[in-house]
Design a protein around this ligand. Structure first.
Ligand SMILES: Nc1ncnc2c1ncn2[C@@H]1O[C@H](COP(=O)(O)OP(=O)(O)O)[C@@H](O)[C@H]1O
Ligand SMILES: N[C@@H](CC(=O)OP(=O)(O)O)C(=O)O
Length: 453
């Protein structure tokens, strides 16, 4: 049995949905189909999820969804018309959205969650209706009926362990099951979404639950590339990656697959196959526990902006019991999570996502660190990019770090910080945001120029 997930780009128009239909029916093992909300048809287009967020905010401000409501309904109407569906499905979707927008009985957060989730929910209804119209037995399955339970963390839901046993029951249901991605239900019955792009997570949870042979993740590129194709033209495609490599790369900016989506598939040992809806013949990329081919130490280079670093130094820090705990305690009081913690004998840097910080508490927090920890120096650096050079092969190759550092120094990029994870699967370089692109290009040339030549 296969679980197949189609992203927003694969469902953006009737023409795309038709491709999805052909892919699903071409293999009888494709039983569980997870769908996103309609995505962008062209680069300046707006995803239905973003239209829904704007619509909900408009309702809060003015009492009606205005142009955003119309735009959402128009997207579904266009898709249905392209597919030759009658108006019944559009009436179902319109009624559902109007009902959700009128229900202000719960908190603002709950209201936003239910509107956001409706994008996938209504798309799943539409796609099931289309499959039926083509004479194929297909059923829309709501995550509540499937037993997909999640924690009550709006916008950051985590799956609850009992979910997997519930989902196993889906194996015995007849026909193709079309399930909306991106959200689940709390035990109390409230809708809670995963983080953005979280339909990948739903697909992985379902693959684990039904014990699928493979989780196929259909998107709009032929494969995961060794570097973001937006930074390097025609980068090398990756045929096989380990779960650990993909986790590091997606964490650090490979938006093609959500970084939280690997764990459920990994725990059940289910391979993930990233494929192209627009070119299903392409080989795609397989994500597996162990990979055979070891073409050099590095498999991919990812980068992401929007980080800051808090640098703290104190003479004899290494001898002070509890220093790290007290420092992290202060961060916890400001509800900050950190990404990396490179340290030396007398100093430590804390790398955080900048969007959690706030100018009003930033100075206050730095002062507290200085006085409460009696630090010699505390400073913050904003607008950093992290570049992750990833590959299982690094463990058995000498000199990867020096090659990377030399490639950066050759183009005059200053390395603000370096961190090598203990797993030796990745090396992290912190650079100024303004240097990110050229640094990635230089690293790509260093590690891949000979491979692609
Ligand atoms: N290393 C990479 N390899 C392939 N695609 C990448 C990479 N990094 C970023 N991307 C981008 O990810 C996009 C696919 O992800 P996304 O837009 O979330 O797809 P979907 O609509 O299927 O959910 C690609 O179009 C590509 O621009
Ligand atoms: N529609 C949701 C969830 C999702 O997974 O979308 P996509 O497959 O288009 O990345 C979002 O935009 O966040």
């Amino acid at each position: 049995m296969k679980v197949v997930k189609f992203g927003g780009s694969s469902l953006a128009s009737g023409q795309q949905v038709e491709k999805v239909f052909n892919i699903v029916v071409s293999d009888k093992d494709r039983k569980v189909v997870v769908v996103s909300a309609p995505g962008k048809r062209y680069s300046e287009d707006i995803k239905v999820t973003d239209l829904l967020i704007a619509c909900a905010e408009h309702v809060v401000e003015t009492g009606n969804g205005g142009e955003f409501f119309d735009a959402v309904i128009q997207r579904y109407t266009d898709i249905a018309a392209d597919l030759g569906l009658d108006n019944e499905i559009i009436e179902i979707i319109t009624d559902d959205l109007l009902k959700l927008l009128a229900d202000r009985s719960k908190s603002h957060e709950r209201f936003m969650e239910s509107i956001k989730a409706s994008g996938e929910d209504n798309n799943a209804k539409l796609i099931a209706a289309y499959f039926q119209s083509r004479g194929v037995e297909a059923h829309y399955v709501n995550p509540k009926d499937a037993g997909l339970l999640v924690s009550d963390e709006p916008g950051h839901a985590q799956v609850l362990p009992e979910t997997y046993d519930h989902l196993y029951e889906l194996r015995t249901k007849p026909g193709i099951l079309v399930i909306p991605g991106f959200f689940g239900y709390t035990k109390a019955g409230d809708v809670v979404t995963f983080s953005r792009s979280g339909s990948d997570i739903t697909g992985s949870i379902l693959a684990n639950g039904v014990k699928a042979d493979v989780y196929e993740n259909f998107t709009d590129v032929d494969a995961v590339c060794s570097v973001n194709p937006g930074i390097v033209t025609n980068p090398k495609e990756i045929r096989e990656l380990t779960y650990r490599e993909m986790r590091e790369l997606s964490y650090a900016g490979f938006s093609v697959f959500h970084d939280e989506a690997l764990m459920p598939a990994f725990h059940a040992g289910i391979p993930v196959h990233v494929r192209n809806t627009n070119n299903p013949e392409a080989q795609g990329t397989r994500i597996v526990s162990k990979r055979e081919n070891q073409n050099g130490p590095v498999v991919g280079i990812a980068s992401d902006k929007g980080f800051c670093s808090i640098y703290v130094s104190k003479y004899l820090m290494n001898r002070e019991i509890g220093f790290g705990r007290k420092l992290l305690q202060i961060l916890e009081e400001y509800e900050l999570s950190y990404e990396h913690l490179p340290s030396g004998i007398d100093d430590i840097s804390i790398i955080l996502r900048q969007d959690q910080m706030n100018l009003t508490f930033e100075q206050d927090m730095l002062k507290r660190i200085k006085t409460e920890l009696e630090a010699d120096e505390v400073k913050i650096q904003h607008n950093l990019s992290l570049i992750m050079v990833v590959g299982e092969g690094m463990r058995c190759n000498v000199g990867t770090m020096s090659r990377a550092a030399k490639a950066l120094s050759n183009i005059g990029v200053n390395i603000e910080m370096i961190n090598q994870g203990s797993s030796e699967v990745s090396m992290m370089f912190g650079v100024k945001e303004s240097d990110e692109k050229k640094a990635v290009q230089a690293l790509y040339n260093e590690f891949f120029a000979s491979v692609i030549a």
